[in-house]
Ligand binder design. Structure first.
Ligand code: FUB
Length: 309
């Protein structure tokens, strides 16, 4: 079912290049998109769902890049679980951020025989190789899905969470933090109302992604497990207070999770997410996709329909 161009590429030995409509990658299953614009290209870090998975089976992370959002180069396995000697499972949703002439990659993984923790890897090149920056978890509180944002004053924040929502203030070295872990109070004014779940009264579920545009702080996230839709809140600072704004992308049939990422590239806004749209697609065999969109004139994000292959 691969498009003809992919079959021809494979036959010609050019399989590391893909030209794709949605899903972006049609030769393997990918999940948890984390795009970053660097040096005139969009670099797209993803998780990798193993073929035929019936639970989360994720051992490595992949990297793709594009200069035109049409032709994507597959850089292969950009990092795998063995990078973290203290981890043994769950190469889940991470994010790469450039700073200090280096590239820092924050990922949730399971501590060997323990609970989920967040590790940080570092490289001198965006394409790697990445190595464990500190040889131990940066944060270990059993939660997942780190996102990192650097504010205009240079202060970096790492947020993460499911089922809570937490952050720390990262130091300039990006591999340590000051102060203690802060928990963001999930109010319905800040994160919307979830119906019928007394333990989780707000819509926030997981997969936060924080950025700033025109002085407004945006937090987009997966909401309402299971099946997840994508929603957002805005804030007046990097640590809130947050105001609930609504749905960006409705839930989708085949994948019970979703995971957002937003970048601006060459004057266009791009919304990344994942779905189960490839043949054999499911909640454990997902595919990363992208839509371009325009912010409304008041800075709100329109609803964005998802598309399949
Ligand atoms: O891919 C594993 C987990 O599923 C991620 O950490 C969550 O965001 C959800 O996509």
């Amino acid at each position: 079912l691969a498009p003809l161009c992919l079959i021809l590429s494979a036959l010609l030995g050019l399989a590391s290049f893909v030209r794709a409509d949605n899903p972006i990658v049609q030769t393997i299953y990918t999940a948890d998109p984390a795009p970053v614009v660097y040096n005139g290209r969009v670099y797209l870090f993803t998780g990798h769902d193993e073929d035929g998975s019936t639970t989360f089976t994720m051992k490595d992370w992949r990297l793709f890049s594009s200069a035109d959002m049409v032709n994507w180069q597959h850089h292969g396995i950009a990092m795998n679980l063995t990078t973290f000697a203290w981890a043994d499972l769950n190469a889940w949703a991470g994010q790469v951020i450039p700073r200090n002439g280096k590239f820092y990659w924050y990922v949730p993984v399971r501590r060997r025989g323990g609970s989920m923790a967040i590790g940080v890897a570092v490289s001198n090149s965006i394409t790697g190789p990445y190595s464990d920056a500190i040889g131990k978890p940066l944060v270990e509180n059993g939660q997942i899905d780190p996102t990192v944002f650097i504010d205009d004053d240079g202060q970096a924040y790492m947020y993460w969470g499911n089922p809570g929502l937490y952050y720390v203030k990262l130091n300039q070295d990006m591999t340590s933090y000051s102060g203690s872990v802060s928990q963001i109070t999930l109010t319905t004014a800040g994160f919307g109302t979830r119906n019928g779940n007394a333990e989780r009264p707000t819509t926030f579920e997981e997969a936060p992604w924080v950025y700033k545009r025109n002085g407004v702080y945006y937090m987009i996230y997966a909401a309402n497990c299971c099946s997840e839709d994508l929603r957002y809140s805005t804030g007046t600072s990097a640590v809130g207070p947050w105001t609930y704004k609504g749905v960006i992308m409705p839930s989708q049939g085949a994948s019970f999770t979703n995971h957002p990422g937003i970048v601006e590239f060459n004057g266009t806004s791009y919304f990344f997410y994942h779905n189960g749209a490839l043949p054999g697609g499911s909640g454990y065999t997902r595919s990363v996709a992208v839509e371009n969109f325009k912010y409304n004139s008041d800075g709100t994000i329109p609803q964005i329909p998802w598309t399949s292959g």
